[in-house]
Design a protein around this ligand. Structure first.
Ligand SMILES: Nc1ncnc2c1ncn2[C@@H]1O[C@H](COP(=O)(O)OP(=O)(O)O)[C@@H](O)[C@H]1O
Ligand SMILES: [Mg+2]
Length: 339
């Protein structure tokens, strides 16, 4: 199996199949209520329906004072029988409920495994296609630029634009294949001192055209002192860019974007807040799944890439969102060495 496929087969941590241990308090309450109802019903049926004719039958078959002891014994035996029946019914129903619960969890786990396997296959195919396409694309770009240089000024304006469009399209395709390959490649971090304040400022600067095009108001709430950690600069920059781009893209009709940074004794924090479309809890759950996108031209690799990079740094990425209100994505990184 190639390195690419192995990377895709590594499930993101959030998606791992886990079995919950311990008691569910709701289930305990349900069982208690069920036991009380069941016991009450059995006693009621016994006392009101079955006992009178049964005792009447005993009176008829064992009449008189001489049979008093026999009658007592038979009555006692039947009551014991009823009590043990009640206990049996309760125990069996609890066991059935436990088996049913385990069965449901097993079905869920199987569904998740099948889904992860599908995503992994999709990833393998995408990575292989991206790999095959990358070299021809580089060739195409070179030929197109060469052609552009040769015919520069010799074509009417309208036709010259076509060559630029070809070059733009090739560049877009190259960026897409790079994104797929970046995600598929194993990460090798080269940590050095990086200031998150600087990263935040640079990303806002880099995306200024997109920010202006979306009429987004960007604000930096940076810590006074540099927020420095031993980080792999290219991947942290790429991750922050992906997250800020997502925030901008979710506010097509304008809104507020805030990037904040802070540092505590053991943690560095970078948070990106937007007032965009937000997400439902279900969407948030699937946000780190590769290829899960709601955008017509999206790839769905920005968030899983971000998660992979932050986890490789020993940090975590937390997403909080409310539909129609906005989203906050927080990156928490461990402090490995203070400046
Ligand atoms: N800030 C955000 N606000 C709302 N939705 C978001 C935000 N960030 C990510 N998403 C959702 O998560 C999906 C996956 O994001 P991502 O992995 O970056 O892929 P892409 O941007 O290519 O769609 C997006 O399509 C979008 O639905
Ligand atoms: Mg994205």
């Amino acid at each position: 199996m190639s390195v690419l496929s192995k990377v895709f087969l590594n499930e993101p941590r959030g998606e791992m199949v886990t079995f919950k241990k311990g008691f569910s308090i709701r289930l305990v309450i349900l069982f208690t209520a069920l036991t009380v109802v069941l016991t009450a019903s059995v006693i009621l049926v016994w006392e009101q329906v079955l006992k009178p004719p049964y005792y009447h039958w005993i009176e008829r078959n064992y009449p008189g004072a001489a049979n008093a002891q026999n009658r007592d014994r038979i009555e006692q035996r039947s009551e014991h029988f009823f009590i043990s029946m009640t206990v049996d019914v309760i125990v069996v129903s609890i066991l059935l409920a436990i088996v049913d619960r385990k069965q449901k969890r097993l079905v869920e786990a199987n569904q998740r495994l099948a889904h992860n396997e599908k995503v992994a296959t999709l990833g393998r195919v995408a990575a292989q296609v991206a790999h095959e396409v990358r070299n021809p694309l580089t060739g195409l770009l070179l030929y197109s630029e060469h052609l552009k240089g040769k015919i520069d000024g010799k074509l009417p304006n309208g036709d010259a634009v076509l060559i630029d469009k070809i070059i733009d399209t090739i560049n877009n395709l190259t960026a897409t294949t790079e994104q797929i390959l970046n995600f598929a490649r194993p990460v090798t971090l080269a940590p050095r001192k990086v200031d998150l304040n600087e990263v935040a400022r640079d990303v806002i600067q880099l995306l200024r055209t997109e920010i202006a095009a979306h009429s987004v108001e960007a604000k930096l709430e940076l810590a006074d002192a540099p927020v420095v950690g031993m980080l792999d600069e290219p991947s942290i920059r790429a991750t922050t860019l992906n997250l800020v781009l997502n925030a901008v893209q979710t506010m097509p009709a304008g809104g507020h974007l805030t990037i904040s940074t802070s540092a505590s004794d053991d943690k560095l924090l970078l948070a990106i807040r937007d007032t965009g479309s937000g997400m439902t809890p279900d969407q948030v759950k699937r946000i780190f799944e590769p290829f899960a996108t709601t955008k017509s031209r999206g790839l769905g690799l920005g968030m899983p890439y971000a998660q992979k990079i932050i986890q490789e740094h020993g940090g975590q990425i937390i997403v909080e969102s409310q539909p129609k209100k906005g989203t906050e994505v927080r990156i928490e990184l461990p402090v490995t060495e203070r400046s």
